[in-house]
Design a protein around this ligand. Structure first.
Ligand code: FES
Length: 304
């Protein structure tokens, strides 16, 4: 498969007119499960966070069932740990900044001006922080295994994630967040006839649609969007190849919520309070586990 320098696997797949999974809104930012595939035999790899390189073997997960997680056979509580197969390195650091975006880069530059030694970790560079424990200790997934860093201070600058739509048809191919659409357009990927719901991404040719989204139509790929038609109290269908969603954001605060250590601070959009979106009434909430709005409503009705 052809790809350009710097392409992620997901970008290369989209360039070829394919979808890394079987549908669902793509963010290309590591915030959803809609690009996971098996890479070099390892399932559940987010392909938008993994660089394409020659010879890499990438396979889609099966369409109707996710691959099982690996089972540890014959586990012994006294024998060697199965985790021993994973290389774990340990390091010490002065100040670690998680996230190399605007707020992370500004925090790092500030700290360096004050004479601190700064280590920047960013998932896009293959250094994905998966946890912060007391200490603070940072657990990082690296291309070669795991890295545990004991730091004097940690700055979480993980930014904000774009909201995904929850509506009928939300699992089709051809759905993008606004930032993903901008990335694809900048990479020269043809989005075809694109429509925008919510805030249209600047610089991307698309038709903004007024009204409230009712459903997305298509078999496997999107072929049209149905919105309320405020003029007639009815519905209006617009044919399209791509639907772009600019629905707002939410703080990417999973890591910051893991640690109450005073040596961990949060900066930028990761520390902001964003308005909650309107509550969805139908559709798939979690494509990986196939959880729908109806499933959640049933759980709440039972008192959970
Ligand atoms: S996590 Fe890769 S497209 Fe959303």
């Amino acid at each position: 498969m052809a790809y350009a320098d710097g392409d992620s696997i997901a970008m290369a797949v989209l360039r070829a007119g394919e979808h890394p999974r079987h549908g669902g809104t793509l963010c290309l930012a590591g915030d959803c499960g809609n690009c996971v595939a098996a890479v070099e035999g390892v399932a559940y790899v987010r392909t938008c966070q993994t660089r394409a390189r020659p010879g890499l073997v990438v396979r889609r997960h099966p369409a109707n069932a996710e691959p099982p997680l690996p089972v540890v056979e014959n586990m012994s509580l006294t024998g060697p740990s199965p985790a021993a197969r994973i290389r774990v390195q340990r390091a010490e650091a002065d100040l670690v900044v998680i996230g190399a975006g605007d707020s992370g880069s500004a925090a790092a530059a500030d700290a360096e001006r004050q004479g601190r030694t700064v280590t920047i970790l960013d998932a896009r560079d293959g250094m994905e922080v998966v946890a912060i424990y007391a200490g603070p200790t940072i657990i990082v997934r690296t291309p070669g295994g795991m890295l545990h860093i004991n730091a004097h201070e940690v700055v979480v600058a993980t930014g904000a994630a774009e909201l995904h739509p929850v509506c009928p048809g939300g699992s089709l191919i051809g759905l993008l967040t606004a930032r993903a659409a901008q990335d694809l357009h900048a990479a020269g990927v043809d989005l075809g006839a694109a429509v925008a719901i919510g805030s249209a991404p600047s610089g991307v040719p698309c038709t903004p649609l007024p009204g409230r989204l009712l459903r997305i139509e298509g078999e496997q790929r999107v072929t049209g969007v149905v919105m309320t038609d405020e003029g007639s109290d009815g519905e209006r269908t617009t044919a399209c190849d791509t639907v772009i969603f600019g629905l707002g954001s939410s703080a990417r605060d999973l890591l910051s919520r893991m640690s109450e250590d005073p040596a961990v601070t949060v900066v930028g959009p990761a520390a902001e309070a964003f308005p909650l979106p309107e509550c969805p009434t139908t559709g798939t909430v979690c494509p990986c586990s196939r959880v729908s709005v109806e499933d959640l409503a049933g759980v709440w009705d039972r008192g959970f």
